[in-house]
Design a protein around this ligand. Structure first.
Ligand code: ADP
Ligand code: MG
Length: 584
């Protein structure tokens, strides 16, 4: 009951997607019914052909028979084309709409949603599940309407010709239905196994391709080969099982049908029957029976197809039902002066409420000052920086920019206040110039772009490339070194001219040599802004106006470099660890 409620709701929602294309859908349905009518009409003429044409040698009738055959097949072809074309027109439109909707919706979902779901899973919803939905429902519709109409027509024809002989059909139909049903159950199980096995083949290949270098350097080829051979063979075995089940089921269904046929022939040979039966009627019944087999078999599996389509639809709707980021604030921030205040902020990640990541965090940064966050990894530094652009909502306390709570601002105006550079630079498959200008509403003048690229030391390497700043950098900038990627990220931040800057271990992926190179670029970036710097090397934070030392979500020390060293506490210890016995 509950399950059917859910699938009712899902189907109704699917119908909503159909609405704009209902005209095409109606044409498709009419054409499918037309197609079935042609088939039934054709069979209904078998009796006349045999009885009038061949038995009575009626020349008029025979003259028209060839024309009739060709005309019928012309109609059949037209209906087939119309039905296929319209169904595919409707289906592709629906898939396109759903994909677009999924894409846009996933983009609007909060960071916490993406934390919980694997990228591969989400991608497969956009690419694969929408397609599967189309294919299964398409097939189910064709079977239900076209084959359904054929079955109804043929059965009517049989009873019309000889209801006595046709009675056998009432006995045989349920037997075939039950057989096919039990076989379909096995089909479903095997196809599930095939899906799982295919998933393993994909996972295994993905691992090999991603970890190619590791495999080479650790000599893992033999292990990977064996692992792949195993899953590869499992897929093959399941495929064979599927084919075997299919072949056996066809045989069994045909055997059952042969019993029916034998029974009809036996009945027809009874003297009482023979009197009322013409050759034409007999032929019609036998042909109808033979033609009924395929559509009947299809009809018994139609439910399975629908179910598979509905499962895909339900899984898509589950994503679409997730609440997007709550943009409840309505204050449009102009350019702020850059005053930041955290006021007794508590925070835990959604879904991990048992662990409090930030405890009672309070601090203040004056416009134009630089605040440095230091502490062991996992102490909550990145978390603080993710709360400012409201990637997550805090449960207690307030965060204020220029004395305005960030909750009351619109997300876009809030995020426009800050530029973030982190250890992981995301680059898009585009030119260096477009990566620097990413997200800007209007193109910037050439000189400004060059100026920024110069300051961020991007020109230094870009000018050595064939097409300079217009060089395409490939997917996620694979052709660039860590330092080069980082410099593009810095140029991007420079161009934004945001009043606030957040640097989260921006240089930790770099060696000392490259770090020194981009230090100048970073200094340029820090000028004239309010900065929050999370650094992995203490040398970059000695000049900060204020340093917070974090441990397990709490601020355990605060002050500037000199005062903290004098205090000889946690900061002094970190400092000693970093620089060994060398004097500062
Ligand atoms: P830091 O930047 O100081 O190394 P983080 O702020 O990244 O530390 O992490 C603080 C704590 O929050 C860690 O214990 C980490 O396991 C946890 N954490 C970080 N990100 C998430 C997340 N997306 N979901 C759940 N827990 C997280
Ligand atoms: Mg971090």
């Amino acid at each position: 009951m509950h399950i059917s409620d859910v699938s009712n709701k899902t189907s109704r929602r699917l119908l909503g997607y159909l609405k704009p294309y209902r005209l095409g859908f109606v044409v498709a349905i009419l054409s499918m019914i037309g197609y079935a009518s042609v088939d039934v009409t054709f069979i209904s003429q078998v009796k006349n052909f045999i009885d009038e044409g061949i038995d009575s040698k009626n020349p008029d009738f025979l003259k028209y028979a060839p024309v009739f055959v060709v005309v019928m097949f012309i109609f059949r072809g037209i209906f087939h084309f119309l039905a296929s074309y319209c169904l595919s027109w409707v289906g592709t439109h629906i898939v396109k709409d759903m994909r677009q909707q999924l894409f846009e919706h996933m983009m609007r979902l909060p960071v916490s949603f993406h934390d919980k779901h694997s990228t591969g899973d989400l991608i497969s919803k956009i690419t694969y599940e929408t397609e599967q939905l189309k294919q299964t429902t398409n097939k189910a519709l064709i079977v239900l309407i076209r084959d359904g109409a054929t079955v109804v027509g043929l059965i009517a024809l049989m009873f019309w010709n000889s209801w006595q002989l046709s009675l056998i059909f009432l006995v045989i139909a349920p037997v075939i239905a039950i057989t096919v049903k039990s076989v379909s159950k096995r089909f479903r199980q095997i196809s599930q196994n095939i899906n799982t096995a295919m998933g393993q083949v994909t996972t295994c290949s993905e691992q090999m391709l991603n970890g190619h270098k590791v495999i080479l350097s650790f000599g893992g080829q033999a292990i990977e080969q064996k692992r792949f051979d195993k899953v590869n063979n499992t897929t093959r075995q399941q495929d064979v099982k599927m084919e075997a089940a299919r072949a056996i089921s066809t045989g069994v269904v045909q055997l059952i049908a042969s019993f029916a046929l034998a029974f009809v022939i036996f009945l027809a040979s009874q003297p009482a029957m023979l009197e009322s039966l013409t050759a034409g009627k007999f032929a019609t019944i036998i042909t109808s029976m033979a033609l009924l087999l395929r559509p009947l078999k299809q009809l018994t599996t139609v439910n399975g197809d629908f179910q598979r389509g509905l499962t895909a639809a339900a899984s898509i709707f589950r994503i679409l039902d997730q609440l997007p980021e709550q943009d409840t604030g309505n204050k449009e921030l102009g350019r702020i002066s850059g005053h930041i205040r955290f006021d007794h902020v508590d925070f835990s990640y959604p879904g991990h409420e048992e662990k409090q990541v930030l405890k009672d965090i309070s601090f203040e940064v004056q416009p134009g000052e630089t605040l440095a966050l230091v502490g062991r990894s996992g102490s909550g530094k990145t978390t603080i920086s993710s709360l400012l652009p409201r990637f997550y909502e805090i449960e207690k306390g307030r965060i204020l920019l220029d004395d305005i709570s960030i909750k009351s601002c619109t997300l876009s105006s809030l995020r426009a206040q800050m530029a973030i550079v982190s250890q992981h630079v995301t680059l898009f498959n585009d030119s260096i110039a477009n990566n620097i200008m990413y997200g800007l509403a209007e193109p910037v003048p050439e000189e400004r772009l060059l100026e920024v690229a110069e300051k961020a030391h991007v020109l230094e390497f870009a000018s050595q490339m064939k097409e300079g700043l217009n060089t395409l950098i490939g997917e996620n900038g694979v052709s660039l070194s860590g330092g080069q990627r980082q410099r593009i990220a810095i140029a991007r931040a420079l161009l934004r001219q945001a009043p606030m800057l957040i640097l989260d271990e921006a240089t930790s992926a770099l060696d000392t040599e490259s770090e020194r190179k981009i230090q100048a670029a970073l200094d340029e970036l820090l000028k004239g802004r309010t900065n929050i710097v999370i650094a992995h090397r203490l040398s970059t934070i000695e000049n900060a106006d204020q340093i917070l030392v974090m441990e397990q979500g709490q601020i355990i020390e605060r002050g500037n470099h000199q005062s903290l060293l004098a205090k000889d506490g946690a900061y002094a210890q970190l400092y000693k660890l970093q620089f060994g016995s060398k004097p500062a």
